[in-house]
Write a protein that binds this ligand. Structure first.
Ligand code: HDE
Length: 714
C-alpha cells in the first residue's frame, strides 16, 4: 500500500451515541443509545419527537398545546442579544499571566507584585467599526481587551493595538463612531472608513491626525492577532501602600514579532476567508503553539509629566520608548479556546472601571468617560445588573455584598441581613485590604474646556511618519489615496491633504498627486506649529522591529501528481524546524501522488487555497502538473499574487512554465524566487521566508512607488 504524508486534522468522527431509525410515517428519528443523553425540554421533560410538531391529523393545523414546539421556537426567537455598539466583531480566548518582575516599589496590587504567580485571564480581540458578521481583515484598529481574574478581584485592561486614540474627550466618541460606521441613510459601507462621513469628521477634528497616521499604516491590517502589540493607551496610576502614585502606561509585545499583510491581500483574504484571524488563532492554540506576549510598563512621575513635551493625560499622544524604556514585568500566554462562543466571547463584559487595589486612574478625559460607558453598555447588552454572575465575568476572588435581586440573579445572599451596617452578620468593609482611591488634590473652575496643553495635533503624527521605513511610508500614502479616492466630496479630500501638509510635505504631495488634485491645497490652520525636532522612534515601525524568523508563519506548498517527493519532504522538515506550519494545496482535494508513489494529503483544493492565505509559497510541480496548471486561472493567480505581494516563492525547475504563464517575465525573476533543487536550497528558501517580504520588489514594480520615491518638490 502506498505511504501517506500529511495529517487528517479536524476529521475525528465524534462517537455517535444515537441511532437513526425510520418512523412509521417515513420520517427519521435520532434515538438515544443505551448510555446516550435523552433530549429534554428546558423543564427537563424527555422529548419523544423532535421532528414534527403536534397537529390535528397528518395534514391538519398546529395545536397550541405542543409545549415543546412553543418553548423551542420561543427560545430561538430570543437567541440574539444586542451586538456591541463598537468592537462588535470579536474573538476571545483564555490564558494566563505570570509576573516575572515585581513592581512592589510602586504598587500594592498582588498581580503586579507576586513574582511567579499565575493569574488566569480572558482576552477578546476585535475590530471596531464592523458589525458582528463583518470580515476579519477590515482596515481597522484591533481591540485587545484583557480580563485578569486576580486574587483581589477582576482587573480589566481594555486596550487596542495602537497606543493613541482619535479624540481627546469622551464626549466626541458617539460622533467619531457614527462617522466611522455605515452611513445612516443607506446602511453602508460597513467595516471600513473609506467613505465621506468618516473623512469629513476627521477633516474637522485635527486632534485625530496622529491616530490617522497609525490607522493608515500597516498596523491596521495585521497578519495575525498573534502578531500585534497591545497598549492601555491612557496614563493610569499605580498606588503604593502609603498612597503615593506613580504614572504608568501599559504595553504588551508579541513574542512572534509584528507582521502585517498588504492592502491588496487584505481585500482578497476577506473574500477567501473572512474568518482569517480567528481561524489562525484557533489553529495556533489547538495545534499546541499558543501565542505569547510580554507585558511591560512605562513608569514616570510628576517631574517627568511636567517636563514632557505633551500632556500625559492626552490620549492622542504617546511617550516614545526611547524616552521611557518599556520595563518588561511578565508574560502571558493564550492557550485555551472557548468551549462556547456565545457564553464566553459574546457575553464577556469588560469595564475600564474594573481595577484592583494598587491600580488607579488619572484625569485623562477619555478614560473618565470610558469608566461611565462600559458599565452602562453592559446593562443594555446583557440585560441585567447581574451580568457579573455569568461565569466568564464572575471574579475568581470571593464576592460578598448586599446587592440583591434583579433579572437572572444567580448568586443570592443567604441570611437575614441585606443591609450594612447591621447587627447580624455578613461581609464588612476592610480599611486595610480594601480599594483606596488615589487621594489626588483637585482644584479648579467648573467649565467645559479643553486644556491648551492638548493643542498640538501634528508633531507626534509627524514623528510617527518619519519613524517608518520607505515601504511603510509608501503604504501610508497608498492607504490615504485609496480611502480618499472613495470619498465623493473633493473638498473633504482637499481638507485632509491640508492637514497632511502640517505633518510631512512629501506625504501631502504624494497623496495630492495620487488623488489627481490640480494644486496642493492650503495647509490647515494649526493651533500649534508642528515641531520638526522630535526624533524618529524605531519602536513605532513594524519593519524596524522585525524578528527575521518564520516561526508561527505558514508556508503554502502547491503540489501536483508526479512532484518531487524528496523536495516535499525536505520542505516539510524545514518548516517543522522553523516552528512554522504548512498547508498542501493540490489540484484536487484528494491530494497528490508524488514521484515515489507516496500519496500526499492536501488541506486545500487550489480554488480554496489562494496564496494570500500563506506567508510564502513553494511550487513543487511535475512537468505535467505545471503544464496542466498553466491553463488554470486560479493557479496562475496563485503565483501572480504571491509575486505581486512580494512574497518569497520556492519552485522546482518543472514549475517554471507556470511562473511564466502567471505573467512573471524572465527579467523580473528576482532573488525572492528561489529554485529548489535539493536540501540546501530548501534551507536557503526557509531562511529567506523569515524576512516575510522582498520589499525591494514592491519598490521596483509598483506603479505608485516611483512617484513616492521621487525627491520632494521644494
Ligand atoms: Fe471602547 N467601548 N470606548 N475604547 N472599547 C467599548 O464597551 C468607549 C476606547 C475598547 O472586547 C464598548 O463592552 C468610549 C479606547 C475595546 O468586549 C463601549 C470611548 C480604547 C472594546 C465603549 C472609548 C477602547 C471597547 C462597546 C471614548 C483603547 C471591546 C461594548 C471615551 C484603549 C471590548 C463594550 C470587548 C468597547 C466605549 C474609547 C477599547 C460602548 C465612550 C481609547 C477593546 O462601552
Amino acid at each position: 500500500m502506498a505511504k501517506t504524508i500529511g495529517k487528517d486534522e479536524g476529521a475525528t468522527a465524534q462517537a455517535r451515541s444515537f441511532e437513526t431509525v425510520i418512523g412509521s410515517g417515513g420520517e427519521t428519528h435520532q434515538i438515544a443509545g443505551a448510555d446516550g443523553e435523552v433530549l429534554t425540554t428546558q423543564q427537563g421533560v424527555p422529548v419523544a419527537d423532535d421532528q414534527n410538531h403536534l397537529k390535528v391529523g397528518e395534514r391538519g393545523p398546529a395545536l397550541l398545546e405542543d409545549f415543546h414546539f412553543r418553548e423551542k421556537i420561543f427560545h430561538f426567537d430570543h437567541e440574539r442579544i444586542p451586538e456591541r455598539v463598537v468592537h462588535a466583531r470579536g474573538f476571545g480566548v483564555h490564558g494566563s499571566f505570570t509576573l516575572t518582575e515585581s513592581l512592589g516599589d510602586v504598587t500594592t496590587a498582588k498581580i503586579l507584585t507576586e513574582v511567579g504567580e499565575k493569574t488566569p485571564m480572558f482576552v477578546r480581540f476585535s475590530t471596531v467599526a464592523g458589525n458582528k458578521g463583518s470580515a476579519d481583515l477590515a482596515r481597522d484598529v484591533r481591540g485587545f481587551a484583557m480580563k485578569f481574574y486576580t486574587k483581589e478581584g477582576n482587573w480589566d485592561l481594555v486596550g487596542n493595538n495602537i497606543p493613541v486614540f482619535f479624540i481627546q474627550d469622551a464626549i466626541k466618541f458617539p460622533d467619531l463612531i457614527h462617522a466611522a460606521k455605515q452611513e445612516p441613510d443607506r446602511g453602508f459601507p460597513q467595516a471600513q472608513t473609506a467613505h465621506d462621513n468618516f473623512w469629513d469628521f476627521i477633516s474637522l477634528t485635527p486632534e485625530s491626525m496622529h491616530m490617522v497616521m497609525w490607522i493608515m499604516s500597516d498596523r491596521t491590517i495585521p497578519r495575525s492577532l498573534r502578531m500585534i502589540e497591545g497598549f492601555g493607551v491612557h496614563t493610569f496610576r499605580l498606588i503604593d501602600a502609603k498612597g503615593k502614585g506613580t504614572y504608568v502606561k501599559f504595553i504588551w509585545k508579541p513574542k512572534l514579532g509584528l507582521q502585517s499583510v498588504l492592502w491588496n491581500e487584505a481585500v482578497k483574504i476577506n473574500g477567501a476567508d473572512p474568518d482569517f484571524h480567528r481561524r489562525d488563532l484557533w489553529d495556533a492554540i489547538t495545534m499546541g503553539t499558543p501565542p505569547e506576549w510580554e507585558l511591560g510598563v512605562q513608569l514616570f512621575d510628576d517631574d517627568f509629566a511636567d517636563a514632557f513635551d505633551f500632556d500625559v493625560l492626552d490620549a492622542t499622544k504617546l511617550i516614545p520608548e526611547e524616552q521611557i524604556p518599556v520595563r518588561i514585568i511578565g508574560t502571558f500566554v493564550l492557550d485555551r479556546v472557548v468551549d462556547n462562543f456565545f457564553a464566553e466571547t459574546e457575553q464577556v463584559a469588560f469595564c475600564t472601571q474594573n481595577v484592583v487595589p494598587g491600580i488607579g486612574f488619572t484625569n485623562d478625559p477619555l478614560l473618565q468617560g470610558r469608566n461611565f460607558s462600559y458599565l452602562d453598555t453592559q446593562l443594555k447588552r446583557l440585560g441585567s445588573p447581574n451580568f457579573t454572575h455569568i461565569p466568564i465575568n464572575a471574579p475568581h476572588a470571593p464576592v460578598a455584598n448586599f446587592q440583591q435581586d434583579g433579572h437572572m440573579a444567580m448568586r443570592n445572599p443567604k441570611g437575614r441581613a441585606n443591609y450594612e451596617p447591621n447587627s447580624w452578620d455578613g461581609p464588612r468593609e476592610s480599611p486595610t485590604t480594601g480599594y483606596k482611591h488615589f487621594a489626588a488634590e483637585e482644584t479648579g473652575r467648573k467649565a467645559q474646556v479643553r486644556s491648551p496643553s492638548f493643542a498640538d495635533h501634528y508633531s507626534q503624527a509627524r514623528q510617527f511618519f518619519i519613524s517608518q521605513t520607505d515601504i511603510e511610508q509608501k503604504h501610508i500614502g497608498d492607504a490615504l489615496v485609496f480611502e480618499l479616492s472613495k470619498v465623493e466630496r473633493v473638498d473633504i479630500r482637499e481638507a485632509i491633504v491640508g492637514h497632511l501638509r502640517n505633518i510631512d510635505g512629501k506625504l501631502a504631495q504624494t497623496v495630492a498627486a495620487g488623488l489627481g488634485l490640480k494644486a496642493l491645497p492650503k495647509a490647515a490652520k494649526a493651533a500649534v506649529q508642528t515641531r520638526t525636532d522630535l526624533p524618529a522612534s524605531d519602536a513605532l515601525s513594524i519593519a524596524k522591529q522585525a524578528k527575521h524568523s518564520f516561526e508561527g508563519r505558514k508556508l503554502g506548498i502547491l503540489v501536483s501528481d508526479g512532484a518531487d517527493a524528496a523536495i516535499v519532504t525536505a520542505l516539510i522538515d524545514a518548516v517543522g524546524k522553523a516552528k512554522a506550519v504548512y498547508e498542501v494545496i493540490t489540484p484536487k482535494v484528494a491530494g497528490a501522488t508524488l514521484d515515489d508513489g507516496t500519496l500526499l494529503e492536501a488541506k486545500q483544493k487550489i480554488d480554496g487555497g489562494p496564496s494570500i492565505l500563506y506567508d510564502a509559497v513553494a511550487l513543487v510541480l511535475s512537468a505535467d502538473g505545471a503544464a496542466m496548471l498553466s491553463k488554470d486561472k486560479t493557479a496562475k493567480d496563485f503565483v501572480a499574487d504571491a509575486f505581486g505581494h512580494s512574497k518569497f516563492i520556492g519552485y522546482t525547475a518543472d514549475a517554471l512554465p507556470l511562473i511564466d504563464r502567471a505573467g512573471i517575465a524572465k527579467e523580473d525573476m528576482d532573488e525572492g524566487l528561489i529554485a529548489l533543487g535539493g536540501k540546501p536550497d530548501v534551507a536557503r528558501f526557509l531562511k529567506a521566508c523569515g524576512e516575510a517580504r522582498l520589499w525591494a520588489r514592491e519598490l521596483s514594480t509598483d506603479l505608485d512607488a516611483a512617484a513616492f520615491l521621487a525627491p520632494a518638490d521644494a
